[in-house]
Ligand binder design. Structure first.
Ligand code: ARG
Length: 466
């Protein structure tokens, strides 16, 4: 005979190895809060609909709150024979309040229960992620604000291309993380639906009120198809894909910080508190934090691929395979949150070596495009201007100097369009400030942009109480 909650039709007890193999309690106990919240709303609704008595609902609620406290104080044993968090809590409840506990599972299945728990869990996680991203965006904003006049080479193909303000570079990351935050919000909007009451897959004959649990659990609406509701994990996939994109952004800035902190670049110095030494080479100071974030990006991509693969051949509706959604989901969420958190701590601790950055703009002909643009202003067609400038670069290379060190006579051997005013076009600060096209790197643009970002961040802080 079986003592399991589902044991009625079984005559032989489950093999211990099977219990161990199929148990999920070691990871899904993370959902205890959501599970208790869902059960309280469910029993309240059942009593309001006259399906269970008010007294039983009261006992159930009090019992569940007691269990929540017990779990939080560490008084919670994992028992593989109870499979998962849902059955653990139900069994604890029976211990606490007796027979009334047996009524809680009326008009419900673990299939809609687990769908509910993950949705509630992800709502909390997304709010934490968006809050973390708010501070991350603020950190990039602040780095930009204090570096409007810091000029460094902008790169394409990892070759010096044109000078840009470091503030512009920082605000590029601000843009990425702002898109990330909006992606997470968008993902949340789509799964903000209550699946409770879908039961195993087909709904329930009991006269339940799904709108009431929707209201009690603060969902904006309820799911419209019970089969979809219990077998949908799109939102887990969407969350992990948002997380993967966000990690990709963190990995890109990590790669830059690693490169910039080499002695070859020395554009930045990461403070001692956020670097580590080598056990053999006493002189070493390693950028482990950005390296680990870059590495953990692969881990989050792995979670996304795991769930995509998990779901790809599942027929309708719930299948036990879906229990495997939780380890990658939890790991992906935790990894993302920890990376955002460590970045928020590390960014203010990064020193920007302004002189080194400026020095790097002084070689490599970063003002060559501006020489061509100068010629265009003097009515030379851009293709021809490009060719003339190419010749000037070749001449400078010959002479071992920069474009601005060529004399007017030198330049006139290439084209007689050149005049004294060319030198003001070649000055690095002028090169930056001329780029006034919308979204360009001119310091005037950046100052305007910083102003609107400051207003936006202020507004967000007020609305969300960060
Ligand atoms: N532990 C299961 C999971 O996470 C809960 C749902 C189980 N449903 C079932 N009929 N066995 O997916």
């Amino acid at each position: 005979m079986s003592s399991k909650l589902w044991g009625g039709r079984f005559s032989v007890t489950t093999d211990k190895a099977v219990e161990k193999f199929s148990s999920s309690i070691d990871f899904d106990s993370a959902l205890y809060k959501e599970d208790i919240k869902g059960s309280i709303a469910h029993s309240k609704m059942l009593s309001e609909c006259g399906i269970i008595s008010r007294e039983d609902a009261k006992k159930i609620e009090q019992g569940l709150l007691k269990i929540e406290k017990r779990i939080e104080s560490g008084d919670f044993l994992h028992d593989d024979s109870l499979e998962d968090i849902h059955m653990h809590i139900e069994s604890y409840l029976t211990e606490e309040i007796g027979d009334a506990a047996r009524k809680l599972h009326t008009a419900r299945s673990r299939n809609d229960q687990v769908g509910l728990d993950i949705r509630l869990y992800l709502k909390t996680v997304i709010n934490e992620v968006v809050e973390g991203l708010f501070y991350l965006r603020k950190n990039f904003y602040e780095k930009a604000l204090s570096n409007i006049d810091t000029i460094l080479p902008g790169y394409t193909h990892m070759q010096r291309a044109q000078p840009v303000s470091f503030a512009h570079h920082m605000l590029a990351y601000y843009e990425m993380f702002t898109r990330d935050a909006s992606r997470f919000f968008d993902c949340l909007k789509r799964f903000d639906e209550n699946p409770l009451g879908s039961a195993a897959l087909a709904g329930t004959p009991h006269k339940i009120d799904r709108k009431r649990t929707t209201e009690l659990l603060s969902f904006s609406t309820y799911t419209k198809n019970s089969m979809d509701a219990v077998s949908d994990r799109d939102f887990v996939i969407e969350f992990l894909s948002c997380a993967s994109i966000c990690m990709m952004h963190l990995s890109r800035i990590s790669e830059e910080l690693i490169l910039w902190s080499t002695s070859e670049f020395s554009f930045v110095t990461i403070s001692d508190g956020f670097t580590t030494g080598s056990s053999i080479m006493p002189q070493k100071k390693n950028p482990d934090i950005p390296e680990l974030v870059r590495g953990k990006t692969g881990r989050v991509y792995g979670s996304l691929v795991a769930i995509l693969t998990l779901m790809k051949s599942l027929p309708m509706a719930y299948n036990r395979d879906m229990q495997e959604d939780k380890p990658p989901l939890f790991d992906g969420a935790k990894t993302l949150l920890s990376c955002i958190d460590i970045y928020n701590r590390m960014l203010p601790e990064i020193k920007i070596n302004k002189d080194r950055m400026l020095e790097a703009t002084k070689s490599g002909f970063l003002n060559a495009t501006d020489m061509a643009d100068y010629l265009v202003e003097k009515n030379v067609a851009f293709r021809l201007a490009h060719e003339i400038t190419g010749k000037a670069v070749a001449l400078a290379l010959d002479k071992g100097c920069e474009l601005e060190n060529l004399s007017l006579d030198d330049l006139r051997t290439i084209s007689d369009v050149f005049d004294d005013d060319i030198y003001s076009y070649l000055d690095i600060e002028a090169v930056v400030d001329k780029r006034k096209s919308l979204g360009g790197t001119s310091r005037e643009n950046i100052k305007n942009e910083l102003k609107s970002i400051a207003e936006l961040l202020d507004e967000e802080q007020k609305n969300f109480n960060y």
